[in-house]
Design a protein around this ligand. Sequence first.
Ligand code: HEM
Length: 519
Amino acid sequence: MISFLLQRPFLGLTALLLLIKWYFTPGTPKGFRLPPCPPPKPIIGNLLDMPKEREWETYGEWAKKYGELVYLNLMGTSMFIINSRQMAHELFDKRSSIYSDRMDLPMLNDVMGSGWLLPFHRYGDRWRRHRRVLHEKFHVGAAVLYRPTQLKRARSVILDGAERRHGSMALYIVRELLKRLLRTPEDYAEHIRHIAGATILESVYAINVKSKDDPFIIGADKSIRAIAEAGIPGTFWVDLFPWLKYIPDWVPGAVFKQKARVWRRYIIDMNELPYQATKDAIRAGTAQSCFVTANLEELAANPSAPPDQETVIKNAAGVIFTGASDTTVNSMITFIPVMILYPEVQRKAQAELDTVVGGDCLVDFNDQPDLPYIGTIIKEVLRWRPLFPQAIAHATAREDIIGEYFIPKGTVVVGNSWGLLHDENDFGPNTDEFIPERFLRPGIRNPANTGAFGYGRRICPGIHFAESPKDNNGKELPVDYEFSSGLLSYPGKFKYSIEPRSEKARELVMTSVLFEMDS
Ligand code: HEM
């Protein structure tokens, strides 16, 4: 065995470091134990038990077997999965000063160049400063409220608007989307991605995108898919053995390095290129008002700002672009297979629209309070197929005790959002079925407070931005599709057709004014 390892220095070094790591793993204090876990193997622990896809299904089976806390030892790295809402609340909310950290993610942060992304920041001042810049523009009251400063373009961002104005921005998306759908319904996903990306690029950077195949939007999609693939702790060994990040790309077996070389370019470009485009426009005196210009103006007026505040602004802009270009898009994409799979839901939604809006105009955000059934569909989309089935893993900033259990410092903590959102105690019977009516019953929880947007102090800052009802016209067709595994779960390809329900509807869409608003 020893001579085998000596002939293979890379493997030998790994084995040696494993042994050292295992030897120095701190023990559990007397009188306490670690939460229950699947039987571990010597040294590698539960590494081979980790599911490679649809992780939440395995987590669900473990939850039935081991209970609300399931512990895993991944070669000396502790991880536990929280399977009940009550425990998630106890730890993420009540003990948030312990449970708001993130693990070191060498693959994402160092090898792939995602260190600028707020979701992967360690808990502390750097995270707080980035979060503050976002919070100023995204909290409920003043929140995200986009007001056009130029009526003609109707696209710039402001910082003090009202809910109605946020609605108008989303309305712009819906109207433009409907027009594109009438022309080429088969490109539904591409249209949504394009329109959402275009809107966010204009709002955040005042960038006008190309009407098709825009490089910023394509680059963002590639970055996010890479991040989703690498974002689950344990997917790449370098997260367990950070020293692996130093090995050169050409070393046989270093596939992660080869993948990362391609991904790194997308991820860095996603932050740098749009920001530099705005800076160029500022220098040329042609910049339109947007999130970046507004923040840079504030910065110029604040001589006591820290020297790296511009980087914080750049990163905050980049994270809005990242967060908004994919997440909302995929929730909207999920909506279509739902309408095909559940035609009765579609019919009820159309009936509600017909009653409230009638056939003479298009739906507007002012109609939202009168469309309760469509509101329940949005909640059910977030619940039924959560975009982040296991949220983003938190980590413990120090050790903790939960009843008889000891939780080591640095433990990776996964909220099993899928499990929580399918718990029949909270959401009523048949949680595997898409039943929006469940939200009409009193006492049913809101998915947004049950893991769909994450937990505690790290809860998604885009939560108020992410809601936006959509009306659509679907046609019944058999559908065959799957949701992907990984950090984000997207619907795969499926067949569908989208048609206007009447000639009048077609005419309304084609003649609608894209953006009506007072200045
Ligand atoms: C349907 C839409 C969305 C869903 C389902 C969603 C879901 C999530 C989830 C589950 C997390 C992890 C929270 C945790 O660690 O506990 C998260 C974090 C985050 N989201 Fe969203 N999100 C959405 C839209 C957005 C938008 C539009 C933005 C843009 C501002 C955004 C920005 C972020 C950021 C910056 C974080 C990291 C927060 C931190 O680590 O402190 N998200 N989101």
